[in-house]
Design a protein around this ligand. Structure first.
Ligand SMILES: [Fe+2]
Length: 254
């Protein structure tokens, strides 16, 4: 079934029921709080923030070996926990990124079978990006293992990033969404991923782990290509659905 945006029986707008919408507005205006106020609600929220525990922890630095331990001993004041936290975050993000591309490619293949795949989108390149996400995950696993860190531990920021990206993943996994809608969600993930690599590279360089930073740098160069391609695919797909011709679209795919 074609998933392009179309006019239909959408009843969600207030204009669909002028009479009942007036009653709803009158009801809202006449409603009075039964107790407390919005300010009291904010205060309750602050109490929860005050009392809440942080989201998990990084495995103890004492488990680190080799280079990382040496760096920790040498550079007092620098928190290698944050480097591990962020490595764990990227590792989890790349692993789920691989699954996201897998779902996205399935959606693209279904669209291609119906001749509705956006012209600018190259399935071969999407498959290449899928492989690269998987390789980035494997590289991070190897780096963490070499440092004596446990790559299977879920670090606090891996947890938080997974929660933050949940909506994008749901959009891409939803069989009802179009390739264009999935591209918008994929773009959000790639933009976040790109900045994630930047901060990880910076952390590694500041902690004088240049060899590791160089490996991260090579991954980010590939991520830059993903971001540019997904951004172009998304914009071209929106234009195509709007019936606007973009002469460069086909050329960009290859
Ligand atoms: Fe990527």
């Amino acid at each position: 079934m074609e998933k392009t945006v179309h006019m239909g029986k959408n009843l969600t707008g207030i204009a669909m029921s002028p009479l009942q919408s007036q009653q709803m507005i009158a009801g809202a205006e006449n409603a009075t709080p039964t107790g407390g106020s919005e300010y009291a609600l904010h205060e309750v929220g602050k109490d929860y923030i005050e009392e809440a525990m942080p989201v998990g922890s990084v495995p103890l630095p004492g488990t680190l070996q080799g280079a990382l331990k040496a760096i920790k001993d040498k550079l007092t004041g620098q928190h290698t926990e944050m480097l591990l936290n962020k490595m764990g975050e990227r590792l989890a993000f790349e692993r789920s990124g691989s699954r996201v591309y897998e779902c996205f490619i399935t959606k693209c293949e279904a669209a291609a079978a119906h001749g509705t795949l956006p012209d600018s989108l190259s399935l071969d390149r999407a498959r290449q990006f899928w492989q690269e996400e998987t390789r980035h995950f494997a590289m991070l696993r190897d780096v963490m293992t070499a440092l004596g860190a446990d790559p299977t531990a879920q670090t606090p920021d891996a947890d938080v990033a997974a929660v933050a990206s949940m909506g994008c993943m749901k959009v891409i996994q939803d069989p009802r969404t179009s390739v264009t809608q999935s591209l918008e969600a994929l773009l959000t993930l790639e933009m976040t991923d790109n900045t994630g690599w930047e901060v990880l590279i910076r952390l590694a360089r500041e902690m004088t782990m240049d060899e590791i930073a160089n490996r991260f740098q090579r991954a980010q160069e590939e991520e830059n290509v993903h971001l540019a391609a997904v951004r172009a695919w998304y914009q071209d797909a929106v234009m195509a659905e709007a019936g606007i011709k973009t002469p460069g679209a086909g050329a960009r795919a290859h």
